[in-house]
Write a protein that binds this ligand. Sequence first.
Ligand code: SF4
Length: 527
Amino acid sequence: MGLSFSRYKRAMRFMIPKAEYFGYHHEVYYGLKALGMRSKLRTVIRNDRDEDSSLEITLDKFRDECGVFGIYGHADAARLTYLGLYALQHRGQESCGIVSSNGSELRQERAMGHVADAFDQAALDRLTGANAIGHVRYSTAGEVSIREAQPFLVTCQHGQIAVCHNGNLPFAREERRKLEREGAIFSATSDTEVILHGVARSKASSVRESIPEVLRNTEGAFSMLFLTPSELIAIRDPRGFRPLALGRLGDAWVVASETCAFDLIDAQYVRDVEPGEMLVIDQDGLRSSHPLEAQKPSMCLFEHVYFARPDSLIYGHSVNESRHKMGKRLAIEQPAEADLVVPVPDSGTVAAIGYSAQSKISFRFGLVRNHYVGRTFIEPRQSIRSFGVRIKLNPVRHLIEGKRVVLIDDSIVRGTTSKKIVRMVREAGAKEIHLRISCPPTISPCYYGIDTPNKADLIAAQMSVDEICKFIEADSLGYLSLEGMINAIGISPESSCVACWNEKYPTRITGDAETMWERDHEAVTAE
Ligand code: SF4
């Protein structure tokens, strides 16, 4: 028996001051987030700006919230889903789950943590059948979060239905409050459940008819997979905020957030699920329809800058190619007199190769990343803590000493990590440090399924480029222009979302919400 939510809240209230005392910043942060203690959360984040903790480094990036994978018609469906999720692990590390179908019944396994740790042979053996969907999630921490782990599985008038979701449904909150007032019971705080309630209550004669009926009224970002005992349904919101690709493995169909999941299982990429498209896959094959009202597409370009793996195709375009071109373009727009081009690993690496190729300045791995640092890293107490960013990155002194270095990173969010990296490289003996960023200044938070700091903590929303340069203590700082970034990715600006760089949101957005938690839970206002 797990804790009831009220007992969990009482326990968290007791534990948070102790975690604060011992300097366990991640636990404090995620505890407050889970409890929705907004003003305290803001204070913790602001105070942490000056501290040398790994929470600060964690917060200093935009974070994707989820990855989805589905397969129809393969005898090893659960194991292939496991591998697909393993390839998508970078899109969410806090919980994961698989639901399989053997044609008459759905079975579910969910767990906290990484895919490789969460599933063993026995769990995969229990997931029988030729069809499956799976999910990796980046969310709040704590035991209770298992309730938020997807796919969700319910039984209703249509029989068993499972769902998993990448995106954000801000407008589902109003519907949830309405349903709660009417006596509906929810097992998690996720808005994805609201969609399940809608499907369960729909008068439509089948699940495939009820899904568009419910989603037609829901503005937001969703790349969603549904599984029933007899069919797999994939649907993408009409603006196509989050990616969703379709592939083939022999006679089986596969769908995934990124094509790197296809590569691991030897599946072939067929095409993207189009914005607003619904695919129904069952024993009669695959059928496509466009049941949602067409909108101007708004595909998230941050996928190409940072979120997606460089070996993926996103919106049909190679992420590796985009980043390489961004680096080349950055070298043209923001040149520097230097001896070495050094990437901030890993996401700055491909852009740095492009910068080096264009500028003819030598590329070297002058910073080495420890890949094994996770949220579970226990920081020592304040009195002996001095690792800072070094727990993740270490400079190669003999390469850097006495050199003029161009550092390439994908973005600056709060600025604090950049400052620490610049200091660290200078302490390793660099003569000059020129920081170059392969996208424009990020000035506004995301409302479409990406965890971003609030606007007040986005350094580019508060300071000019010169002021940021001074703050991070670099000798010079240069960003890629918006036009340069869009050209490098090669997707038309008319089909793209670039709101975190230009504040032009393609939809209505939540009121004055500052934190991601607030953006998830505040009432929605009209434009
Ligand atoms: S606001 Fe930024 S991160 Fe969010 S969907 Fe748009 S481009 Fe992507």
